[in-house]
Write a protein that binds this ligand. Structure first.
Ligand SMILES: [Zn+2]
Length: 399
């Protein structure tokens, strides 16, 4: 595997600057394409799975986190509060409290459950500068998060469906889990005290894992402060494991925020919150994709999907027309003209591009394309239209 920090800079995906600060990388145009494409894939997968998206601010009053329990159990990882006109606001360390408040802002009937609320939003963690590097330990995080408000009876099915979303996203991204982990509470004071709820939540997640047929390991001391979780672990280039995806069962925050729905009996009932993330933070997901693929992303994620290589200046107008045809279809195509170097040099330069389209005199004359794949495989010269029709729209297809 590759080191994403080195490769990310070489490929012009992201970088950092001491003036912006440690742990605050910025994304260059090619990196932004990968990031946006991944975000759009996630939103699309969530829409198809019945999630509705919301947007909420990255700041909240300190009181919000006192209610959620973050202030008591998670403060060491939060930025210091900012004083603002007699009150304090903080950069949020998670999206859950905002979503609980959004749920609470409207009354809900049991008919609306499970209510699946999703957001790809910013959050912040006050990582110490000593552990920062690349995209894996950052202070500003774009989190793929969702909260499912549901009845106790619906938890197992919702958690299993979340695991299925994770499985299909990993297949599309060409990555695989190193390990599934059932993360339970350990010794010490960082957890909220509610032994009955912890037991119930752990039993539910165990049932989901057992039914899924996945192999997993139960580990104490890795739970969230409010409840146990299923963590999907991936390994980096040095073999270090980290959590990319997660499914959590939470009885705590619905109580703290006094959440309700009206049941078939007309009375008020408490929903359960299932927290789940398909790819965790966008930063960590892209870091992992860079390391696994060495920059040769699956075609649907590639910053440039097709490079168009006219052999000589004579084919330049034809190549330019073909490039515009690709762009009109929504493909990310780039023209690499002869003044950039010999055909061999230009192919080497575009070695990570999934489709390398060579256009010589014969191709230009008959509106054909000769295509090389990045593994060196060559496709027979074929009509340009036919080739493009065969490609489809390259949106989240596995290459
Ligand atoms: Zn959450």
């Amino acid at each position: 595997m590759h080191d994403h920090r080195k490769l990310g800079r070489e490929l012009g995906l992201f970088d950092t600057d001491p003036l912006i600060g440690a742990g605050l990388p910025y994304w260059l145009p090619d990196g932004a394409v990968v990031r946006h494409t991944l975000e759009e894939y996630i939103r699309d997968a969530e829409r198809r799975a019945g999630y509705r998206h919301v947007c909420s601010p990255v700041l909240g009053k300190r009181e919000l986190y006192e209610i959620s329990g973050h202030w008591e159990h998670y403060r060491d990882d939060m930025f210091p509060p900012m004083d603002l006109g007699g009150e304090q606001v903080v950069l949020r360390p998670s999206l859950c409290p905002h979503h609980a408040v959004i749920y609470r802002s409207r009354s809900h009937s049991y008919r609306e459950l499970p209510l699946r609320m999703a957001e790809l939003g910013g959050m912040y963690r006050s990582e110490l500068s000593g552990v920062l590097g690349g995209l894996t330990r950052v202070r500003a995080i774009q989190l793929n998060d969702a909260h499912i408000f549901c009845t106790l009876d619906q938890v197992a099915e919702e958690a299993a469906a979340a695991l299925e979303l994770i499985r299909s996203a990993y297949a599309a991204m060409g990555i695989s889990a190193a390990r599934y982990r059932l993360s339970l509470a350990g010794e010490g004071g960082k957890y909220v005290a509610a032994p009955e709820n912890w037991k119930r939540a752990a039993a539910l997640l165990t049932e989901v894992l057992d039914r899924s047929g996945l192999e997993y390991e139960a580990v104490e001391g890795e739970a969230a402060f409010y409840g146990p979780k299923i963590d999907v672990q991936v390994a980096d280039s040095a073999g270090r494991e980290s959590t990319l995806s997660t499914v959590q069962v939470d009885f705590h925050q619905p109580e703290r925020f006094d959440l309700h729905y009206t049941g078939p009996d007309g009375a008020k009932h408490r929903p359960v919150m299932v927290h789940r993330s398909i790819i965790g933070s966008v930063e960590r997901a892209v870091a992992h994709l860079i390391e696994v693929h060495g920059g040769a992303f699956p075609a649907w994620l590639a910053p440039t999907q097709l490079v168009i290589l006219p052999i000589s200046d004579a084919e330049l107008p034809h190549a330019d027309r073909f490039a515009r045809q690709c762009l009109r279809r929504g493909l990310r195509a780039e023209l690499s003209p002869p003044d950039r170097g010999s055909l061999g040099a230009r192919i080497r330069e575009a070695r990570l591009v999934p489709y390398q389209v060579v256009i010589g005199a014969k191709e230009a004359e008959a509106d054909l394309v000769s295509v090389r794949l990045r593994d060196g495989q060559r496709l027979d010269a074929q009509p340009a239209e036919e080739f493009l029709a065969g490609l489809g729209d390259l949106r989240s297809s596995v290459d």
